[in-house]
Design a protein around this ligand. Sequence first.
Ligand code: PHE
Ligand code: ZN
Length: 879
Amino acid sequence: MTKNIPQEHFLKDYQSPQYEIKSVYLTFYLSPNKTQVINHMVVEAKGGKAPLLLDGDKSLTLVSIKENNQLLLKEDYELNSESLTLFPKSNQFELEIVTEVDPESNTYLEGLYRTNGNYCTQCEAEGFRRITYYMDRPDVLSSFTTKIVADKAESKVLLSNGNLIESGDLPNNQHYAVWEDPYKKPCYLFALVAGNLEVVEDTFVTQENREVALKIYVEARNLDKCEHAMQSLKKSMQWDEERFGLAYDLDVYMIVAVDDFNMGAMENKGLNVFNSKYVLAKPESATDHDFEGIESVIGHEYFHNWTGNRITCRDWFQLTLKEGLTVFRDQEFTADMLSPDVKRIEDVKRLRNNQFPEDAGPMAHPIQPQSYIEMNNFYTMTVYEKGAEVVRLYHTLLGEKGFQQGMKRYIECFDGQAVTIQDFRQAMAEANDVNLNQMHHWYIQPGTPHLKVTKTYNPITKCLALKFSQFLNGKQVHLPLLIPVLFGFMDEEGTALPIKPSISTKNKVTQTEKGMLLKVTQLNDTFEFMGLETEPYLSLLRHFSAPVSLDYKATEEELMVLASHDSDSFVRWESIQKLAMLNLKENVIRFENSEPFLILDSYLNAFKAVLEDNEIDLALKSLAMALPDVIYFSEQYEEVNMDAILASHNFLKKAIAEFFEESLLETYQALEASEKPKYRYHKEDIANRMLKNRCLNYLLQLPKHFDIGVAQYQNHHNMTDVLAALEAMNHLARVERAQCLEDFYQRWQSDNLVIDKWFALQASAQSDQALEDVKKLTKHPDFTYHTPNRLRSLLGVFGRLNFAGFHDKTGEGYQFLAEEVLKVDKLNPQVAARLASLFSQWQRLAEPRKTLMYKAIEHIASAEDLSKDVFEIVSKTLK
Ligand code: PHE
Ligand code: ZN
């Protein structure tokens, strides 16, 4: 909490540490309200005699400090709420610092805390300083040994990083365990877990013939929900060996699932701690989407063992070094496990819905931020998802083989070190003998680049000129980006045309394993192609080869041909989405002019072609049939008229349902009849359910089909179909909806993850009642301010997805959320800051919403004792 303006940290101020911590031996005497931590370190000065600054936190109680066994007196050190400064007498010495912490009262869920009676830690980014005084920075690597002492009845299981080297009983019903991690690590990768947990076990034999014990620890009631997580772990280990040649390096890999967790999961060395949402699943209680999320997060944390743990970050400004790379790896993993084309489209949607708005708003930052007030605020879609897109650029430029050579070199050069994004780029460049310096521009400039394309065709010379112009933040002057564009040409029938670059263009165009690639390297870059008998249609940015917004005004005819004939499934999907967008935008204009809405023939025909296509993969079909999401739709406007956008979106959805009613019904019934009774997590079954539920969703736009939703809710026992039925019914305030919701609640009352879905359903209902319902739900006995998942499912979903309720014209939705942010901030600043960022789009809203939202943010900003986390978000938002 802060009275004064909190301190800002800058990348340019980086200095390497003056001390080395050779080893650290931690002893924990666990007790709910008073845990004692003895931190014994062997320290060595690197250069001259500088004071030793150890990070701390106001939540620590300092008990004693000994330097080489000599008790220090108050005058020997300087202590404040954030640090402890010592003045060592020699260059090599031992330090023993004793502190006390209170896990039970730790509602921040950072440092050592309790969740459902069990102890657990979260140290990334700067949580270790809430456990003991330490050099809490990722470039200080040390050997950790951890001894845990606890009550036997209260904490049957005692876990930490590395290998168990000793354990036994102690007097007074106590016991202990000693863990030793053979790999040096920064303290953010430290973990401790203790409590009454049960374990599910398996083994994996690595390519180096190491037998690894795999253990998933959960509360007893969840033992039946671990199988998918275990399979996912084994697949991850196998895949990383096959695709990256990387094998696991300890004899045990442990995963612990906890209900109270700020993020998705954490890659602590040998002891991952997971939000239970990303571990627990059985077909009755988890959807296909949940199963996929588990597979990818288990993969993500596992892949961190090399990209993050063995090679870590020099400082937190390098976060995208480990996160961008590891997200890229988990995306590739999911693509290989399921369908690469579907995965690519889903990732692009995710980027556009979540990262593009961030990059266009007040919190925009480069994937390498240049400064921060609270590091936790920079675990963003930009650092993660755009960071992964930038790693993908290397992959597209170098190909799989070149990329893997770069990875090999990266690991050979930097294993065991804390490094920078430049080190990564250098490894990629050297291994492929190319210059990649221009890639740096992607790391240091915020904003989504716009790539404008102008085409000139000369029917006499048969020559085509394509001019690409880059814009960033609306400006054409910036450091030029290297933008790889996968592309193709096509005639009116949809036949591919030959690509013959002119002499001056030849060296800028290459044939790659993903297809023809041109490299835009300048702010204005022109490419010439010869021997084109007719003016070609352009297929651009195949596979979404760069995270840009492409500004090319294709004609409706061109889009229709691309939508049904392009060889690239991303471009096919994109083209039909563009047709839908044209239609949606046309109706926004009509709304503003009080003219009747219409449905464009081009979109209608493209939709019909997809719906009747019997060759196409069912998941791709379902994606093509979906309208652009409301968030991405509103991203198209400098000034957002929420009423027009919602009316246009609702109209088109209903119009499609009316127009294709028969065909949608037929498709629905056929898929429903062919669905296998036993749930399988398998790409064909997933695609089947996806398309079926897309049809259902359209059909329930027509009230007469409401019964189909009710029937599906009653007849199915897998959560994918059950939830899809509830979602389809959710926009109409019919008694059947209420009855199904009530039944759902009764059935699942004891399962937290399912009850989160129950809250989220009501929070996202687009009705006039929604705001009142959500307010009431904050008083529901199952609502708690202490569990981040619950806060996200009610408040987060309301602010992000309830366009009608949150953006209520009176401003009450904004006021409500502002009050909630202030309540949450007292308990959990990290989660409060995430909720506060839901106000970031105020400047683009049309009046009256703009002013109303501004007032809500001001209300938060004017509160006393704001956390650093919320302070940073609201102060930047108001700027
Ligand atoms: N490092 C974690 C991941 O991406 C995310 C995380 C950050 C978790 C901070 C907790 C706290 O896998
Ligand atoms: Zn990560």
